[in-house]
Design a protein around this ligand. Structure first.
Ligand SMILES: [Zn+2]
Length: 275
């Protein structure tokens, strides 16, 4: 009789999992995440980096902010075709939200040598005056990245909305961060010092033509600055938020960089900062 009751309870629990889709989804995600973690621990990362000998070439970083799913579906295969790797500024709290990359997709990129960087946990707006809170959000993202096995870029902070309060810079520095990227520049920390790594940031807005990008690349080269191409989503067509770039234009640009590889070298963000 007792055995029978236990079986009924177990059956009821299983059924309740399926009756509550949210619970079922959580259990399924948990099992999938555990599988990804095991796969990452058993594989070796394709991060064999060439020694960073500066050979006079201008370095170009493809930086995809926020962690949109079109980066995995569209940008990743395109860059791979041209032998290039990109970098993702991930909003870690979005990894289970519709339209964003999931843990498994981020893991594929990372194991293929892409950077997964700390773009905060929640990307909350209006945080300029709330540095302590923003630091906690970066810390939460850093814990998430470490826990998920993305330790390489977890202490490279990318400020949401790009504006950085000097007090936040100090907080990041004393909490052991390696660097912080604002909308147009990068600050590298070393001990008590912060030094600019001057890059030319090109904001790849929807209507920016390939010709205009080429002009800015040439300008960066003349100014002896490395270049950061800042992208978000990939898709054809208009976007009122100006955050979507055309895959066709991206491919034209990759072909151009390939043709001009004697002067331009595509690297990841961690390679640019030579870690
Ligand atoms: Zn962002």
């Amino acid at each position: 009789m007792r055995k029978y009751s236990l079986a009924v309870i177990a059956l009821a629990m299983c059924l309740s999992l399926f009756m509550y889709p949210k619970t079922y989804a959580l259990v399924r995600e948990g099992v999938l995440d555990a599988g990804v973690a095991v796969w990452m621990s058993l594989s070796s990362r394709d991060g064999a980096r060439a020694a960073a000998a500066r050979d006079g070439r201008t370095r170009v970083v493809f930086m995809f902010d926020d962690g949109w799913e079109s980066v995995y579906r569209t940008a990743y295969p395109l860059l791979k075709r041209y032998g290039c790797r990109g970098s993702v500024g991930m909003i870690c709290g979005m990894a289970r939200q519709e339209g964003y990359m999931r843990y498994a997709q981020l893991a594929v990129l990372y194991m293929d040598g892409w950077d997964i960087l700390n773009h905060s946990y929640s990307h909350a707006p209006n945080m300029y005056e709330r540095s302590e809170e923003l630091l906690r959000d970066f810390q939460r993202a850093r814990d998430w990245l470490e826990h998920k096995g993305f330790s390489e870029g977890m202490d490279m902070a990318i400020v949401p909305y790009g504006e950085c309060n000097p007090y936040l810079i100090r907080l990041l520095m004393i909490n052991g961060y390696h660097s912080v990227r604002t909308s147009d520049n990068i600050l590298l920390f070393s001990g008590d010092d912060a030094d600019y790594y001057h890059v030319k940031t090109i904001h790849m807005e929807t209507d920016l033509s390939v010709e205009a990008v080429k002009e800015q690349l040439a300008e960066g080269r003349r100014e002896e600055r490395d270049i950061l191409l800042n992208l978000h989503k990939l898709a054809e067509g208009a976007d009122p938020a100006n955050m979507t770039y055309s895959p066709q234009k991206l491919e034209e640009l990759l072909a151009y960089l390939k043709e001009n590889e004697a002067v331009f070298e595509v690297v990841t963000y961690t390679e640019l900062l030579e870690r």
